[in-house]
Design a protein around this ligand. Sequence first.
Ligand code: PEP
Ligand code: MN
Length: 368
Amino acid sequence: MDQRITRLRDRIDEINLDLLARLSERAEVAEAIGRLQTELGLSHYDPMREQAMLEVLVAANRGPFTDAVVKSLFKQVFQASMQLEQEQDKSRYLTSRHSHVADTVVYVDGVPIGGDHPPVLIAGPCAIESREQLDAVAAFVASRGVRLLRGGAFKPRTDPYSFQGLGLAGLQLGRSVCDAHGLAFVTEVMDAADVGACAEHADMLQVGARNMQNFTLLRAVSRAGRPVILKRGLSATIEEWVMAAEYLLAGGNTQVVLCERGIRTFERFTRNTLDVSAVALAKLETHLPVLVDVTHSGGRPDLLVPLTKAGLAVGADGVMIEVHPNPAVALSDNKQQIDFETFDRYLEATMYHGRLSPGRTELYGAEG
Ligand code: PEP
Ligand code: MN
């Protein structure tokens, strides 16, 4: 190599290191500004300020780079600083992977959800209708190794004249039937005023899709001392869903499980569209366990198996499914609940080993 080139290259290496040191210094100053902006509730992005900085740089430019090249180089620097400020913001949130790298494991009456534990199955009727109905479902799903029984006592219904749930009587039924079959009881709470009664009777509370942004309810549930399933709203963005979870964590409840239950799209062949990217993203962005509700998303019994496989493939920590002794006469969601025979076929198709080892809750395992 020509000696002159070697010397010039040495000089370039030195300048690179100088530039890096100055860029890092600049990034630290940008981070300090970012922290102050966050503290004062100001936006990180200020187009006027960016424009003013570029004008100063262009005025000072003596070449050999053109003004356009100088602008584009510095825009890259501005963007990198902005990203740093945004990353910094994320770590403020209790739901964020930035603040909590390890998976959170939520325990419901000793049953773990999340982390390296096998996917959990939460099964039961849409609504608690009678002791006979609930007892039949509980006995059946328990015999298949299910440990968490779902059933609504307070039902969010579109039609105000349709069955609204048994209320307190439903909660009492849920508790007594679950106790009789050694199951944990999962039920929806719709009103902040009912949080106490629901927490007293149930092992796990559910905030439904329609209440995802009921902040008064979220605050009350955050203080209930029970693990909670937070369903994604019908038209909620992932950010809104995660922020709703943030209310629960900020209020002191760390036992939060997210549940993707399908979102409203233009598609009419399904009731909703199961958003598998939301499941994957919720796992990436937060440390909370994530479930897929395969019943309310597709709204079709013939989609339960594929949606379960899709959900688990993208990292879901469990599945929620509705089972009813006689779906045709169910008082709610009668088209999408499945009977016992169909549930058995579902377990078979998803390789559930409950019958081989009743104590286990996984949807796939030893031979899967
Ligand atoms: C339910 O799980 O009973 C229910 C009403 O679901 P969602 O809130 O997702 O509609
Ligand atoms: Mn339902």
